[in-house]
Design a protein around this ligand. Structure first.
Ligand code: NDP
Ligand code: X2W
Length: 346
């Protein structure tokens, strides 16, 4: 079987370079072209020395990336993907967007949180939301995939089985999340400069982060009712990882056994979801460099509170790993192909 030809636009960013890493280890895909504006003409291995002798490919233009590839991963800042997606659509190429341009079904909500417009509404109709564990059948064979963000993957993973089975109240849910600094991308930011970041730990965009409507969209689709949640992200001075600690009210009479049954049923066939043994709390370290999502469950009978904790690598299941999982589904490959990555033990 001929390998899938892959182009990565924005390959020099954190998400783009991680896609390159995963494609380099994929048995049925071949990196054909990478693009960058700032580093055009430079080898990727000069931008990231870890790739020396592994990927000395030279960064070219966006045009070259499209021309040479069957699938184009766009790892660009929000707002830059619509034109590129339209071109891929015209040329019959698969387009997987790492940004938010195709994630939200409502253009009004997109305008409110991102400030942009949907330039081609028919194209947006074609987009599918790439969270395979919940929307797998919709993704298979599709050519325009909106890859979810990192928090927007971690939170539903923690909550969906309880919600889907009506075990928790839909009102009053709190998602208290922490992210590693790679989540903010490679572009230097003063607050992420080492002396200011090191030893610090703070919340940001409290109850006002652009991932809120995306998380609500997923939870609403699953529960069948319009949901609102309180989402508070924090920045952790570590490189990788998202830890989502989600709090919800248990419905009256719901037992711990019912909770565990719901999660076991939902996730027993899911290779990338590891439901941890009772009492073991998810830890970002245990999913580093992988596409795993670890989920742990706790109930507090004294207060009737359910606590679900998920851990992902923001660059893995939160970005590049999930994007490759979506590529596999789109092209009819084994979903786990190239993604059976083992985390370091310590
Ligand atoms: N980091 C993460 O954990 C996650 C990121 N994402 C999403 O992935 C996308 C990329 O994020 P990330 O890799 O973190 O960001 P980075 O800042 O690390 O990388 C951005 C990339 O986009 C390119 N770029 C920037 N501006 C332009 C422009 N005007 N025209 C063309 N290319 C441009 C840069 O290339 P160059 O300067 O070389 O031209 C760079 O390769 C974003 O949409 C982000 O939201 C999604 C999930 C998780
Ligand atoms: C630590 C940090 O800054 N994280 C980023 C989220 C990164 C991400 O996932 O971006 P998208 O999902 O929107 O593509 C933020 O809070 O904006």
């Amino acid at each position: 079987m001929e390998k899938i030809k892959v182009g990565v636009v924005g390959a020099t960013g954190y998400a783009g370079s991680e896609i390159c890493r995963m494609i380099l280890g994929h048995p049925q895909a071949e990196l054909k072209a990478i693009s960058s504006v700032s580093f055009e003409g430079m080898e990727l291995s000069k931008v990231y020395p870890a790739y020396y002798q592994l990927c000395d490919m030279v960064c070219g233009t966006e045009d070259e990336a499209v021309e040479k590839s069957d699938v184009i991963f766009a790892a660009l800042p929000h707002g830059l993907s619509q034109e590129l997606a339209a071109r891929c659509d015209r040329e019959g190429k698969t387009f997987i967007d790492m940004g938010a341009d195709f994630r939200l079904q409502s253009e009004d909500i997109y305008k409110e949180w991102y400030g942009g417009e949907y330039t081609d509404k028919a194209l947006h109709e074609k987009a599918v939301y790439g969270l395979p564990e919940f929307f797998r059948e919709e993704i298979k064979g599709k050519k325009l995939i909106a890859n979810p963000g990192c928090y927007t993957t971690a939170v539903p993973m923690a909550l969906v089985p309880a919600l889907k089975n009506g075990l928790i109240e839909t009102a009053g849910i709190i998602a208290d999340c922490k992210s590693g600094v790679t989540g903010a991308g490679r572009k230097p930011v003063q607050s992420n400069h080492y002396p200011e970041l090191n030893e610090s730990f703070t919340a940001y965009k409290v109850a006002n982060h652009r991932h809120t409507p995306e998380i609500e969209q997923t939870l609403s689709r699953i529960s069948g009712e319009a949901m609102k949640i309180t989402f508070v992200p924090h920045l952790l001075p570590i490189n990788r990882g998202i830890l989502a600690t989600c709090y919800a009210r248990l419905k009256p009479g719901v037992t711990e056994e019912q909770i565990w049954d719901a999660y076991r049923t939902q996730y027993e066939e899911e290779f990338f979801v590891r439901l941890l043994p009772k009492g073991q709390a998810a830890n970002v370290k245990n999913v580093h460099y992988t596409n795993f999502c670890d989920v742990s469950l706790f109930t507090d009978p004294r207060t009737g509170t359910f606590v679900a904790i998920s851990a992902i690598d923001n660059m893995g299941k939160g970005a590049a790993g999930q994007a490759v999982q979506n590529m596999n589904l789109s092209f009819g490959l084994e979903e786990t192909m190239g993604l059976k990555l083992v985390p370091p033990a310590f």
